[in-house]
Write a protein that binds this ligand. Structure first.
Ligand code: ADP
Ligand code: MG
Length: 325
């Protein structure tokens, strides 16, 4: 799911590399702590995973994509699969809790109907139901981080990256946030959390990758750490075409609805189209996105009419795609 192959990162004007020949692989469904003192290279690793930066040497492969060969145009689509949260929350101060979480979806063109459904679900997941109308400054630090986590998850990313997410929180609140991340991981999301606070890490009994001055000095999976035996593994073959299967399921659901009710509820169409679109966003390459659109077409849905092609990024368009967040 995430693979670093002999990755070295040198920043301009520095003598020692920030990451030195770093080599590790994170499997689907794992919860991994990236630990190490300040300056050891944790944030550099996360930036490479998000393709905010490129290695000086070596290769980073994320969700089956070699990030060297990912064109700039595709980066925003790639990042839709990866949620991120940071120490300083990064909420929009003049937007409500609801609007902060909805924003991610609006940027990618999700329908109103989908947003109205997905945002409350995400807020409920992080335990913030009832606080939708609050402004960020009306929340505690822990609540603000929960909003940030809801925002990172609302698009159902496969991976959640958390860079010192408890760094601004008191110990009790930090434990709450850790438990929330563990719960999110139990739901199937791969979680990579960078932290310099080793104290929680050992209690969590998860895999720990420790960096020191850019070198991996520990990768501990034994003794209960990093036990992923309970996590269902998808064979590469089963993964292929998953997007089109999901798209087809969504469309069939729509058709069933039409047959049963005798009429088409606009909200239902929105939901099905969004599900298909999201399935296509989850496709690991352009062919799978095309598969998703073809599956919808086979099921009798007019892609052009629904604006699906546009949402899937299948329209021939050489314009630069804007950032997702
Ligand atoms: P951590 O997140 O573990 O504190 P970082 O990845 O932020 O570590 O930093 C690792 C090393 O790289 C540090 O020595 C830091 O000073 C250096 N570094 C990080 N970002 C840059 C940058 N943009 N330019 C130059 N040096 C950087
Ligand atoms: Mg850092």
């Amino acid at each position: 799911m995430i693979r670093f192959e002999n990755v070295t990162k040198r920043y301009r004007g520095t003598s020692r590399p920030a990451l030195n020949n770093v080599d590790f692989e994170v499997q689907r469904g794992e919860f991994v702590f990236l630990v190490g003192a300040s300056g050891s290279g944790k944030s550099s690793c996360l930036r490479l995973i998000l393709r905010e930066d490129a290695p000086s040497e070596g290769r980073v492969v994320v969700l089956g994509r070699d990030l060297r060969s990912l064109s700039n145009r595709k980066v925003p689509y790639f990042r839709r699969h990866i949620g991120s949260v940071f120490q300083d929350f990064r909420l929009l101060p003049n937007k409500t809790v609801f609007q902060n979480v909805a924003f991610t979806l609006q940027v990618i063109g999700a329908s109103r109907g989908f947003i109205q459904q997905a945002v409350p679900e995400a807020l409920a997941l992080v335990g913030l139901d009832g606080k939708q109308k609050r402004m960020p400054h009306e929340l505690s630090g822990g609540e603000q981080q929960r909003v940030a986590i809801a925002r990172a998850l609302v698009n159902r990313p496969q991976v959640l990256l958390a860079d010192e997410p408890t760094g601004n929180l008191d110990p009790a609140t930090s434990v709450d946030i850790m438990q929330l991340l563990a719960r999110i991981n139990a739901g199937g999301t791969t979680v990579v959390m960078a932290t310099h606070e080793a104290s929680f890490v050992d209690q969590m009994r998860r895999r720990v990758i420790e960096l020191s001055n850019g070198d991996i000095v520990r990768d501990e999976r034994h003794g209960g750490y990093g036990d992923i035996s309970g996590v269902p593994k998808l064979a590469p073959q089963a993964e292929k075409g998953a997007a089109s299967v999901a798209a087809l399921t969504a469309v069939l659901e729509l058709q069933r609805e039409i047959v049963e009710t005798g009429e088409i509820e606009p909200l239902v169409i929105d939901a099905a189209v969004d599900a298909a679109a999201r399935a296509a966003y989850s496709a690991t390459n352009e062919n799978e996105a095309v598969d998703a659109s073809a599956a919808a077409q086979d099921a009798g849905v007019d892609i052009a009419e629904l604006g699906l092609a546009d949402r899937l990024g299948l329209e021939k368009n050489d314009d630069e795609v804007g950032p997702t967040r």
